[in-house]
Design a protein around this ligand. Structure first.
Ligand code: FMN
Length: 206
């Protein structure tokens, strides 16, 4: 794909992602019931994104929007109390420091009706070969017993980097499906990334 086509394609999917994520937020769900209720919980940092440029919607958020849209699921963005820097070279240092300290950054927002969800997709970027520390905060904050958990992630070369097994080990009471999907961040923003995500969901039986 030429650079011009890439930019147009990425901008289109970014705009669609904003609409999808705005309309699917985990809020005002009172009265909504139903079998097999699904939530897509994700962490993603907009701003200066490696190999992509400066964007309003991060790679993992865009990937999340494909899942939300296809499954008509609710979405929940893991928002830090202390916002992350949008400068890439600073962010990698902050992340390294968090990892070194085994930090558990606080999450600003809460899911009040977590028990209503049967299936929780969890999406994140690979940070230094691991889950971002705030995603560990999320895993530790809720009771996942008996839930189906399906991880997915974006990266720039590391793939899943062992993270699905780490989630499985951490959530020993949940049914963690390690057939997740890892997309290169740059690809996640394109129609190819969208079709790969939908094909993966179809293969999982959705
Ligand atoms: C702090 C930090 C550490 C990263 N470490 C890795 C890594 O170890 N392996 C990798 O493939 N990509 C790494 N990346 C690239 C991100 O995983 C990739 O750009 C991802 O798509 C960003 O997702 P987001 O836009 O949703 O935040 C790192 C990016 C950041 C900001």
């Amino acid at each position: 794909m030429s650079n011009k086509n890439y930019k147009e394609n990425s901008a289109k999917n970014e705009n669609e992602a904003k609409d999808v994520l705005d309309n699917s937020k985990n809020e005002n769900t009172e009265g909504e019931t139903g079998e097999n209720k699904k939530l897509v919980a994700y962490f993603s940092v907009a701003g200066e994104v490696y190999n992509v440029g400066t964007v309003d919607v991060g790679n993992t958020a865009i990937m999340s929007s494909y899942i939300v849209d296809y499954l008509k699921a609710d979405s929940f963005e893991i928002v830090p109390v202390k916002p992350y820097t949008t400068i890439y070279k600073d962010l990698i240092e902050v992340a390294k420091e968090e990892q070194r300290n085994n930090a558990r950054p606080e999450i600003k927002n809460k899911i009040s009706n977590f028990e209503e969800y049967d299936t929780i997709f969890i999406g994140y970027p690979i940070w230094w070969g691991d889950l971002p520390p705030i995603v560990y905060t999320f895993l530790e904050e809720y009771d996942f017993s008996g839930k189906t958990v399906i991880p997915f992630n974006t990266h720039e070369g590391s793939g899943i980097s062992g993270t699905y097994d780490r989630i499985k080990n951490k959530l020993s009471n949940a049914n963690v499906n390690t057939n997740g999907l890892a997309l290169q961040g740059k690809v996640s923003r394109t129609d190819d990334g969208k079709s790969e995500t939908i094909n993966w969901l179809k293969n999982l039986g959705y």
